[in-house]
Design a protein around this ligand. Structure first.
Ligand code: NAP
Length: 338
């Protein structure tokens, strides 16, 4: 059985996470038991939620245990199988974690899923046609529930979730305005992702400036907002929100290192009679097939072909992860293992 390199969570961050929080080890892969399959990981997904799990704090999910392999989504190939439902050569998506190989109890529900790579590239099952894509679909369809012609805003617009959001929202006839970091990301948002406008938060770094930029980009106000960042961006959206606007609270990455994100004027939610709802996509598994079907169709039709930021080799995972938390990724952040 192959030698397996793994990243463990070695210690918990105080403030910002650092590369020293992780430890690289090499272990022998155990021999397969009945019901197990050996998967060689091709890509490892890096996601903002991993930062939250590094803390030992109250959350919707258990924290990442110390001394264990960093948890995370993976896609790869079955190399050996002792489960009747899988054969060598099958392409699969699972939660293999930050390591090169995994031995999976394939009979456990949700542990592994075979995927078709004839139309959708394997890596997309970690992004556009995976958890981030379903996240965008859920917030859009189940919370924002837009009508054609309405104006929607999304922050972290060019990332894994944001790029799926715009494709899904444009398919519903909405006007979609993104918020992203830097001129290059904003140009990509409008030129390639299909946003009607994009606001650079680095050029509009305070509430007043962001509110003015939103006023210019959303002359009819904001009917729906998909929040990935929090802080003054959410404050500015509340200032420009229309009556009965909906906000899908998906992420608040600006506060993931532990800094508070106070709201300047929460009364606007009342004044505008708004619906503001947080959600966790893994709590709505019954809707995933419907969401994945629509996302696959958009990819097949060439309407969802987002960029990926691909770090090379397992050793690059910690720096790629820390860079993503600071906006250095351009599209879905992956680590390519082979
Ligand atoms: N609720 C759920 O079930 C669920 C599921 C998946 C993801 N999420 C959340 O969805 C959000 C997006 O996830 P993703 O996987 O698509 O990541 P991503 O957008 O590909 O990467 C994170 C992006 O966040 C932006 N960012 C980071 N710090 C920021 C700051 N202080 N101010 C403004 N922007 C900042 C950066 O983009 P810019 O350079 O453009 O600012 C960075 O590229 C995250 O908040 C994540 O936690 C939630």
């Amino acid at each position: 059985m192959p030698l397996n390199h793994q990243f463990l969570l070695d210690n918990r961050p105080e403030g910002a996470a650092t590369a020293d929080n992780f430890r690289l080890v090499a272990v022998d892969t155990p021999a397969l038991q009945d019901g197990q399959v050996l998967v060689r990981h091709h890509y490892l997904s890096l996601d903002p939620y991993m930062r939250g799990r590094m803390n030992d704090a109250k959350s919707y999910a258990a924290c990442q245990p110390l001394g264990e392999v960093m948890q995370g989504g993976t896609v790869g190939e079955v190399m050996e199988s002792r489960h009747p439902g899988y054969a060598a050569g099958d392409k699969v998506v699972g939660m293999g974690g930050w390591q090169e190989w995994s031995v999976v109890d394939a009979g456990v529900p949700g542990s592994l899923r075979k995927v078709d790579t004839s139309v959708v590239p394997l890596s997309y099952y970690l992004g556009a046609v995976g958890m981030p894509g379903v996240t965008a679909w859920y917030g859009l369809t189940q919370i924002i529930d837009p009508k054609p012609g309405q104006t929607l805003v999304v922050s972290a617009a060019t990332g894994a979730v944001g790029s799926a959001f715009v494709a899904l929202a444009k398919a519903r006839g909405c006007r979609v305005v993104g918020i992203a970091g830097g001129p290059e990301k904003c140009a990509y948002a409008t030129d390639e992702l299909g946003f009607d406008a994009c606001i650079d938060h680095r050029q509009n770094g305070d509430l007043k400036s962001m509110a003015q930029a939103l006023k210019a980009a959303c002359p009819d106000g904001i009917d729906g907002h998909f929040e990935n960042v929090g802080g003054y961006i959410l404050d500015a959206v509340l200032l420009r929100a229309n009556a009965f606007a909906r906000v899908a609270l998906c992420g608040m990455i600006a506060g993931y290192d532990g800094q508070p994100l106070p709201l300047a004027n929460p009364a606007l939610m009342l004044i505008n009679r708004m619906r503001v709802e947080g959600f966790i996509v893994s709590e709505h598994m019954q809707l995933w097939p419907q969401a994945l079907a629509e996302l696959s169709q958009l990819v097949a039709a060439g309407k969802l072909r987002p960029r990926e930021s691909v770090a090379q080799g397992l050793a690059a995972a910690p720096e790629a992860f820390l860079g993503m938390l600071k906006g250095r990724n351009f599209g879905k952040q992956l680590v390519k293992l082979i």
